[in-house]
Ligand binder design. Structure first.
Ligand code: GAL
Length: 818
C-alpha cells in the first residue's frame, strides 16, 4: 500500500471504537500532498505539505493583507474608516491548488466516497481529471460518491480553493484545513451520516432508543420477494462494552428509510460530569453475508427548555456557563488538531465552562467528538450572514440563496447524533432581523432544522432588540437569544412567548494579559466603560468594554437572579486572529482579539479566574491582581482585586492590613469581586486571607515583587505525549528571579530547540500587536510569558525541549513520547 495512506481504520466520525471492519475502510489522507499557490497547479514551485494545512498562517503579517474600508454597522458605525488587522493581517486571500494520490483495491461491487471535513474555501474537487465536487462554504463538511471515476490502483486527487477579498470578519484560514477521507464500502451500505439516533424517553429506570437509517445500494437486487432483502442487525453497546439491547430485522429496499427501536434498562446518562457514550453497531447482510458494519456513537440524555424555569439536562436545572469560540487555534491557525482542541476544552472546563457556541461556523468533527467525550455542551451555528444586506460582501451572504439549504442539511445530518449538541443556531446578528426579509429567511431555516432534527431547539443571536421584540422575529424562534442585552432581560421575558432568554454573546470585555492601566476607572450602572490607551492594549482590571458590550459582573447577576435566564455564552473563551477591537481603526499592528478569557497563546488572563470563581463549583479560586512589580509607581495608588469564590477576605501589604472586603450588592462588581481601590504600591509582599460563609479562615495566597531575572522556567500542560505525530505539548515559558518568583514584566527574546522524538510546531505570546512569526522557534515574552508548542514524533522515546535567552539561565525539559 502506498505510503501516503496513513490510516486504515473505521472513520472516527462515524465509528468510534477504532475497530477496523473488512467491509468498510477509511483512508484519511494526511501525508504527501503537494500545494501550490495560485490558480493553476505549478509542479515546479509546489511544496510538500501535510493536511490539515493552513497556507496563510505562516505569514508574514502585513497591514496590506486585509486592509478594509468599512463602517461596521453592528458596532454602531455610520461612516466607513480604514480597518486594519480585522482578519488577522495574514495572507489568506487568493487561490491555491492541492494534489495527492491514493490507492484503492478492486472496486467491483464497491462504492467509494470522498469526505471533506472542510476546505477554506470555494473548493473544487477533481478526481482523475474529472470534476467530482464543488462546495463554496469553507466551514462545512461535504462528500461525494465517485463510483465510475475512481479506479483500482492509484487515483489522482486535486483540490482547488479560493478565498476572496471581503469574505470574512475574522481570520478564516486557507486551504485544506480539515481532514480528507476516502471511504470504501460494499455497494449495499449505510451512506455518510446515514443514521439518526434519538432517545425519545429517558428516565432513571429505562430509555428508549430509536435508530433511523438510510440503506443504499440494495435496489440492485430485483428478485421479489426476497431478492432485495437486506438483513439489518443492530446491537446497542453500553459505555462499559456490554451488549444491552439488539434488534434483527429485514429491510426490503424501496429507497425508504428504516428504523429500529430499543429499550435500554438502567441507562448510563450522558452529562457534563459523566459523559457516558453508547454505540449502536449496525450490521447489514445480503444472503447471509455481512456487507457493512456501521457504528453510530450516541448518548442517552434528556434536554428540556421549560418556560419560566429554564434549561434542564437529565431533569437537572442547568445554566449555560458557555463561551463563544472562533475556529482558529491561535498560532496553529485554522489547521485542525485534536490535541490542541482537547487542551482548549481542558482549560475551559477548569474555568467551569459547560458549553461552547461555535461562532459563527460549523465546527470540525474532532471538536464535536471531544465535546461528546469530555462532557461539553454545544450550540452549533453555521454562519453569521444570510442573503439580505450581508456584513461581508463576499461572505456567506453571496451564496446564501443557492446554498443555505444544502449547508444546513449537511450540518444537521453530520452532527445530530452527538449528545453534546443541545441547540442549533441558524445565524448571528443578521442585518435582515429588522424586517420582513429576515422573517422569511428565519422561517425557512428554522423549519428546515426542525424537519431534520425535531429534538433540539433553534435559536439565532440577535442584536437589534427594538426591532426584533416588535416585529415577531424574536417571538418566532424556539429560543430568543441576544447579544449584549442584559439590561433588557426583564423586558424580553415579559414580552416573549417563550418565557425565557439566553445570552448568545455576553461581556465582550477587553483585556491584554498582564497589562494594567492607571488610574483605574470602574464602569457605572450600565456596566460599560470604553477607554483606549497609547500602548494599544486594554487593561486587565476587567473594567474595559466596547461601546456595545459590558463587564462580566452584570451577566453573572442576570444568571444568578432569574431561572428563566438560560445562561450565557461569553464572547470569547479564547482570543482569536482578527477583530482587534477597540484597536481596529487604523491601529496596526493590532491584529488579534482582546475579548478572550484566555489569550492567543492559550495563557489565562485575569478574567479566567473571575469566571472560574463563579463557575467552577469543585475547586476554590483565590487570585490576586495586578502583579506586584511596579518599579516607578512607588507611593502611587495601585488598586488590588481578588477573584475568589469565598465571600470575604482580608488583604495585607508587607504584613500591614489593608482591611476586609466582603461581596455585596452595592454595584455589579462589588457582588462578584473583592476590591481594594486605594492600595498604594510598595515593593514586597501582597497576601490575601479568605474567609468562608461561616467566617472561618479558608485559604490564603501571597504574591511577591520579583527580583532580578535569573533563570527560565518551563511548565507543561501534560506529562507525556502519544507517538502519533499529532499530539501537542504546550509549554509555558517564563523568567523567574533566583527565589523562583515569576518576573511578570520580562520581555526578552527566548529561543527554543527540540531534540529527540518530536519537533517544534509554533509559538505565541498573546500580544495582539506582536508581528513575530508563529513558526520560527523564538518568541519575545509578553507580560513575562510566552507559549511554545511542540509536536510529538511517530516513534516512541524522549522529547527534549530547551529554552535559552541572554542574561538568564536556560532551561530544559524531557517528556516521554509513548
Ligand atoms: C458581536 C458579533 C461577534 C463579535 C463581537 C465582538 O456583535 O456577533 O462576531 O464581532 O460582536 O464584540
Amino acid at each position: 500500500m502506498d505510503s501516503k495512506i496513513v490510516m486504515l481504520s473505521v472513520l472516527t466520525a462515524f465509528c468510534c471504537n477504532g475497530t477496523a471492519y473488512a467491509q468498510r475502510s477509511v483512508q484519511t489522507l494526511k501525508k504527501n500532498w503537494q500545494f501550490s499557490k495560485g490558480e493553476v497547479f505549478n509542479a515546479k514551485s509546489a511544496e510538500n505539505v501535510s493536511v490539515p494545512h493552513d497556507w496563510a498562517i505562516y505569514g508574514p503579517f502585513d497591514r496590506k493583507n486585509d486592509l478594509q474600508v468599512v463602517a461596521v454597522e453592528q458596532n454602531g458605525e455610520k461612516e466607513a474608516t480604514e480597518k486594519t488587522g480585522r482578519t488577522g493581517g495574514l495572507p489568506f486571500i487568493g487561490k491555491g491548488v492541492y494534489r495527492t494520490s491514493f490507492e484503492v483495491p478492486d472496486t467491483t461491487g464497491k462504492t467509494v466516497t470522498l469526505v471533506f471535513d472542510g476546505v477554506m474555501s470555494n473548493a473544487r474537487v477533481k478526481l482523475n481529471g474529472k470534476d467530482v465536487a464543488a462546495w463554496p462554504y469553507g466551514y462545512n463538511s461535504f462528500h461525494c460518491t465517485v463510483d465510475g471515476t475512481v479506479k483500482p490502483g492509484s487515483n489522482q486527487l486535486e483540490v482547488s480553493c479560493e478565498n476572496k477579498d471581503g469574505q470574512s470578519r475574522w481570520y478564516p484560514g486557507a486551504g485544506i484545513y480539515r481532514n480528507v477521507h476516502v471511504v470504501m464500502t460494499d455497494k449495499v451500505h449505510i451512506p455518510t451520516w446515514g443514521t439518526y439516533v434519538t432517545t425519545p424517553k429517558v428516565c432513571k429506570d429505562y430509555a428508549t432508543v430509536s435508530l433511523h437509517m438510510k440503506i443504499e445500494g440494495a435496489r440492485q437486487f430485483k428478485k421479489w420477494p426476497y431478492g432485495d432483502a437486506v438483513g439489518v442487525k443492530t446491537v446497542i453497546i453500553s459505555p462499559d462494552g456490554k451488549e444491552v439491547a439488539s434488534d434483527s430485522s429485514t429491510y426490503i429496499a424501496r429507497g425508504q428509510d428504516f428504523a429500529q427501536n430499543f429499550l435500554v434498562e438502567k441507562p448510563m446518562l450522558w452529562g457534563t460530569e459523566d459523559p457516558a457514550l453508547y454505540i449502536a453497531r449496525t450490521t447489514l447482510s445480503v444472503g447471509g453475508k455481512t456487507v457493512d458494519v456501521y457504528d453510530t456513537r450516541f448518548g442517552i440524555r434528556s434536554i428540556e427548555y421549560i418556560p419560566a424555569k429554564g434549561f434542564f439536562l437529565n431533569g437537572e436545572h442547568t445554566k449555560f456557563k458557555g463561551v463563544n469560540n472562533h475556529h482558529d487555534l491561535g498560532p496553529l491557525g485554522a489547521a485542525v488538531n485534536k490535541s490542541a482542541l482537547r487542551h482548549q476544552i481542558e482549560m475551559l472546563q477548569d474555568i467551569g465552562v459547560n458549553a461552547i457556541r461555535t461562532s459563527h461556523n460549523m465546527p470540525a468533527p474532532e471538536l464535536v467528538e471531544l465535546c461528546d467525550e469530555m462532557g461539553m455542551m454545544l450550540m452549533i451555528e453555521p454562519f453569521d450572514d444570510w442573503g439580505f444586506r450581508p456584513k461581508s460582501p463576499n461572505g456567506y451572504g453571496a451564496v446564501f440563496n443557492e446554498w443555505a439549504e444544502r449547508d444546513i442539511t449537511n450540518m444537521v445530518e453530520q452532527y445530530r447524533n452527538h449528545p453534546s449538541v443541545v441547540m442549533w443556531s441558524i445565524g448571528n446578528e443578521v442585518p435582515s432581523q429588522w424586517g420582513p426579509v429576515g422573517m422569511n429567511e428565519l422561517v425557512m431555516l428554522q423549519d428546515l432544522v426542525h424537519k431534520l432534527d425535531p429534538t433540539r431547539p433553534v435559536t439565532c443571536g440577535m442584536d437589534q432588540i427594538r426591532s426584533v421584540l416588535d416585529n415577531g422575529f424574536a417571538a418566532a424562534l424556539d429560543i430568543p437569544s441576544f447579544n449584549y442585552k442584559p439590561q433588557f432581560y426583564e423586558d424580553i421575558y415579559k414580552r416573549m412567548p417563550q418565557q425565557m432568554v439566553l445570552g448568545s454573546e455576553t461581556a465582550s470585555t477587553v483585556s491584554s494579559r498582564g497589562v494594567y492601566h492607571f488610574p483605574l476607572v470602574m464602569p457605572g450602572t450600565n456596566a460599560r466603560h470604553t477607554e483606549t490607551h497609547p500602548d494599544n492594549q486594554c487593561s486587565s482590571y476587567d473594567n474595559e468594554t466596547c461601546s456595545w458590550s459590558n463587564i462580566p459582573d452584570i451577566d453573572f447577576a442576570r444568571d444568578d437572579d432569574h431561572d428563566w435566564v438560560l445562561g450565557q455564552f461569553v464572547w470569547t473563551g479564547f482570543d482569536y486572529l482578527g477583530e482587534p477591537s477597540p484597536y481596529d481603526t487604523d491601529a496596526w499592528p493590532n491584529h488579534s482579539s482582546m475579548f478572550g478569557m484566555i489569550d492567543l497563546a492559550s495563557l489565562p488572563k485575569d478574567r479566567y479566574y473571575l469566571y472560574r470563581s463563579q463557575w467552577n463549583k469543585k475547586d476554590n479560586t483565590l487570585h490576586i491582581l495586578p502583579h506586584w512589580n511596579w518599579k516607578g509607581r512607588e507611593g502611587e495608588v495601585t488598586p488590588i482585586m481578588v477573584y475568589t469564590n469565598y465571600p470575604k477576605a482580608e488583604l495585607f501589604i508587607n504584613g500591614k492590613s489593608q482591611g476586609v472586603r466582603e461581596k455585596n450588592n452595592s454595584t455589579w462588581q462589588n457582588r462578584y469581586r473583592l476590591m481594594w481601590m486605594e492600595t498604594v504600591y510598595t515593593p514586597g509582599e501582597v497576601k490575601v486571607v479568605a474567609y468562608d460563609k461561616e467566617g472561618r479562615k479558608a485559604a490564603e495566597k501571597t504574591i511577591r515583587t520579583a527580583g532580578k531575572p535569573h533563570h527560565i522556567m518551563l511548565t507543561t500542560n501534560r506529562k507525556s505525549l502519544a507517538a502519533d505525530g499529532e499530539d501537542l505539548l504546550y509549554i509555558t515559558v517564563q523568567v523567574a528571579d533566583k527565589d523562583g518568583n515569576i518576573v511578570p514584566t520580562d520581555e526578552r527574546l527566548v529561543k527554543f530547540s527540540v531534540e529527540g522524538c518530536g519537533a517544534f510546531e509554533a509559538t505565541a505570546n498573546g500580544d495582539a500587536k506582536c508581528l513575530l512569526p508563529f513558526h520560527k522557534p523564538e518568541m519575545k515574552l509578553f507580560s513575562g510569558a510566552a507559549t511554545a508548542i511542540v509536536r510529538s514524533g511517530n516513534k516512541p522515546g524522549t522529547l527534549k525541549f530547551t529554552a535559552k535567552a541572554s542574561g538568564v539561565k536556560s532551561a530544559t525539559i524531557s517528556v516521554p513520547v509513548n
